[in-house]
Design a protein around this ligand. Structure first.
Ligand code: HEM
Length: 397
């Protein structure tokens, strides 16, 4: 009974919509690793310290195959086949990630830069013609990442619209589970057809390169390719869209910081790193389960216990940066955990960085007088979602 009282509840209410939930810092200060009660009512281990989270994420005694999320009461549906990188452990994860990483190179990502710039400029041109206020989420933050991933995959011009529609349908939040499942099937089919087209007529794109990989063990079959493409699409789309919407909202809410950036565009790299740290959109953290009894960071975790690595809390640990509560684009880029840490660390982080840098620079260069069309605290924030952000961002100029 007394023990139950000592277990804190994971705070989820934000007083300032751009800052972490109230009370999270206190939990980290008192015990950077603790048992906590999650929104579902379930108990699990909570890692909020920066060093403690890194220790956890590099420990192979923890698996990503959690039987159910600690945040919900629902069972995780079984994942068929070899599955997505996100739900694999070694040795399958090591092998599949190595295959994908071969083609996910900085060079390939940098080669996309002119195309990303063109996509961004086209959307900004269209916005300039729209009646104000314009919803920046709908007109910019959502379509741009989807077009970028289409470029990476080499979706042909004549299939672009139907591919975009299928991807957008899958990302909708206002449809029921049955419709989401149907949308998932539609995008899987689109990806399968695209892969067949690339086999017949390869191009200079990621999917063609994956098809052409040397693969003596015969891992790269259609299921592997469709799963890899679907994982990339899902992992790249919503995350980047949320960062664009929320990042723009924060910069518009902090004109002192935005003015610094406008006066010196060489700060764009630092700005994006600080946005990633300060906003850490994966607001629920990464989930793992202990495969055996583990002594780690001063606690004893039993086999089968679930753990949550709370990157948002860890990114506000003074172990990482001085004055963590200050949003400061002039600080040196930090080794933040917004892309995770360890073997599952985001494979698309270079692309995300390039994309976000182009996005924010082009947006504020093109619309120097851009402003929020309603006060920041009245914006509809994505409190209930896996990735934090804004559902809508009305702006004018
Ligand atoms: C700002 C945008 C993004 C953020 C904040 C983000 C964040 C993350 C995080 C936190 C993880 C680790 C999850 C875990 O440990 O359980 C992850 C994994 C992953 N991300 Fe990203 N991501 C972003 C953009 C992208 C993009 C653009 C791509 C692809 C083009 C991508 C592809 C992936 C993949 C495939 C994984 C799984 C890696 C693995 O399990 O080995 N992400 N991402």
């Amino acid at each position: 009974m007394t023990e139950a009282v000592q277990v804190p509840r994971l705070p989820t209410e934000r007083k300032c919509p751009f800052a972490p939930p109230e009370g999270l810092a206190e939990i980290r200060e008192q015990s950077p690793v603790t048992k906590a009660v999650f929104e579902s009512g379930n108990e699990a281990w909570l890692f909020t310290g920066y060093n403690e989270m890194r220790e956890l994420m590099r420990d192979a005694r923890f698996s990503v195959k959690v039987p159910r999320s600690v945040h919900t009461q629902e069972e995780e549906p079984p994942k068929p086949g070899r599955g997505s990188l996100l739900w694999q452990d070694a040795p399958e994860h090591t092998a599949d990630r190595r295959l994908l990483a071969k083609e996910f190179t900085v060079r390939r990502m940098q080669a996309l830069t002119p195309r990303i710039q063109r996509i961004v400029d086209q959307h900004l041109d269209a916005i300039a013609e729209m009646e104000q206020p314009v919803d920046l989420v709908k007109a910019f933050a959502t379509p741009v990442p989807s077009m970028v991933i289409s470029s990476l995959f080499g979706v042909p011009e004549d299939q672009l619209e139907s591919f975009q529609d299928a991807a957008a349908e899958m990302m909708r939040v206002d449809i029921d589970p049955e419709a989401t499942r149907a949308a998932g099937e539609r995008i899987t089919m689109s990806l399968y057809m695209l892969i067949q087209a690339k086999k017949a007529d390869p191009g200079d794109d990621l999917l063609s390169a994956l098809i052409a990989l040397e693969d003596p063990e015969g891992v790269v079959d259609d299921i592997f390719l469709v799963t890899a493409a679907a994982t990339l699409l899902i992992a790249a789309h919503d995350t980047t869209a949320c960062m664009i919407g929320l990042g723009a909202a924060l910069l518009l809410d902090r004109p002192d910081q935005l003015d610094l950036l406008k006066a010196d565009w060489s700060l764009i790299g630092n700005t994006v790193e600080e946005l990633l740290r300060y906003l850490t959109i994966g607001q629920r953290g990464a989930e793992r389960v202990a495969l055996e009894d583990v002594d780690i960071a001063g606690v004893h975790i039993k086999a089968g216990d679930q753990v949550v690595a709370h990157g948002l809390a860890a990114n506000f640990d003074p172990e990482l940066v001085e004055n963590p509560d200050q949003f400061d684009i002039t600080r040196r880029p930090s080794a933040h955990l917004a892309f995770g840490f360890g073997v599952h660390q985001c494979i698309g982080q270079q692309l995300a960085r390039i994309e976000l840098q182009i996005v924010f620079k082009s947006l504020f260069e093109r619309f120097p007088t851009l402003k929020l069309a309603k006060p920041a605290e009245d914006l509809p924030f994505r409190h209930e979602m896996v990735f934090y952000g804004v559902h809508e961002l009305p702006v004018s100029w």
